[in-house]
Design a protein around this ligand. Structure first.
Ligand SMILES: NC(=O)c1ccc[n+]([C@@H]2O[C@H](COP(=O)([O-])OP(=O)(O)OC[C@H]3O[C@@H](n4cnc5c(N)ncnc54)[C@H](O)[C@@H]3O)[C@@H](O)[C@H]2O)c1
Length: 308
């Protein structure tokens, strides 16, 4: 099987590329921020083909997609308050980028494109652009020219998730804990999240994409509701930090008291029982990965968080 991972140099695209390689597939990493050295470090020397290009470049997409059996579209820009000043960028990347990928797949007769959506709970730039792309996915899929199986991912975490500039829960908490600082929690911390390990997410994504599913988007989380305070305590415990937490006012773009948990039943009806790595074990693996980063990277991330 030949698969192209658009955004394959990123956090989840990288996890999916690894999963595909584990299954013996041939993988093309298509990303605007990709290099031979970085791919060699992550996947092994020569393990993947590289297409270093912008997904807005239709000719580059056609080149990469020709002869592909599958495309995984993991490129885009993320953020809540971070995208307040970048509405146009988000529209271009998350909507126009996705439409370009769907059209190139149709032109190149790629039978299926995986698309990652998200829970549509907040009215912010990120959610609006992802929801628009999700709707375009349904529209193109309805033509019958391409299948676009879509999962609504909940809160991914794991090795290689960026420390910044977008503030994500686990990288932020781990960087603070490794620096001996209290973890900064927005609001009262009772809002909930559904944390899913990137390796589990990648495995279920590939199974789902290959299941032949055609239809409405379905959820993928661990199906376990955790408060942000629970996540913070787990990070402090795993890192061994006794610096505790501090509360910050709720940031713009997020609604207080949100309760997030995936309904995995539709996916389980399709794939059978879903198995997940134990939360503490996966958090330990994640912390080990961050702890191996150069200290300057952690220090820089913490300084950027403090300045934001
Ligand atoms: N991380 C999560 O928990 C989560 C949850 C729900 C949905 N998603 C979706 O999954 C996808 C991947 O998220 P991630 O966390 O891996 O993000 P990421 O920022 O780590 O990776 C995105 C990748 O896309 C690439 N990219 C961006 N614009 C590009 C362009 N114009 N051309 C080529 N490459 C480009 C970037 O270089 C980067 O490597 C996104 O679409 C995101 O909305 C993620």
């Amino acid at each position: 099987m030949r698969a192209v991972v658009v955004g394959g140099a990123g956090f989840l695209g990288g996890a999916i590329a690894e999963e595909l390689l584990r299954r013996g597939d041939s993988v093309v990493v298509f990303d605007e921020l990709v290099s031979t050295e970085r791919c060699a470090a992550v996947f092994g020397p020569g393990a993947v083909e590289i297409a270093a290009a912008d997904m807005l470049d239709a000719a580059a997409l056609s080149d990469a997609f020709s002869g592909a059996d599958e495309v995984y579209h993991l490129a885009g820009i993320l953020g809540t308050s971070e995208l307040e000043e970048r509405v146009q960028d988000a529209i271009i990347s998350n909507i126009a980028g996705a439409v370009g990928v769907f059209e190139a797949a149709i032109e190149c007769r790629v039978p299926r494109v995986f698309f990652p959506a998200k829970p549509n709970v907040w009215r912010n730039t990120y959610t609006i652009t992802k929801y628009a792309a999700e709707q375009f996915a349904q529209m193109y899929a309805a033509t019958g020219q391409v299948a676009i199986p879509t999962l609504r991912y909940f809160n991914g975490y794991g090795p290689r998730q960026c420390l910044g500039p977008v503030r994500k829960l686990v990288p932020t908490f781990v960087a603070q804990a490794l620096s001996g600082l209290p973890l900064t929690v927005y609001g009262d911390g009772q809002q909930t999240v559904d944390m899913i390990y990137s390796r589990d997410l990648a495995r279920h994504t590939v199974d789902f994409t290959r299941s032949g599913y055609i239809g409405e988007p379905v959820d993928l989380g661990r199906g376990v509701e955790m408060s942000v305070l629970d996540v913070a305590s787990a990070v402090n415990r795993v890192v061994g930090s006794d610096a505790g937490i501090v509360h910050l006012p709720m940031r713009r773009g997020e609604t207080p008291s949100t309760h997030l948990v995936a309904d995995n039943r539709p996916l389980e009806r399709l794939l059978g029982p879903l198995h997940f790595t134990d939360f503490t074990t996966s958090l330990e693996e994640t912390v080990v990965w961050y702890a191996r980063l150069p200290r300057d990277d952690i220090r820089g991330a913490v300084e950027a968080l403090e300045a934001a």
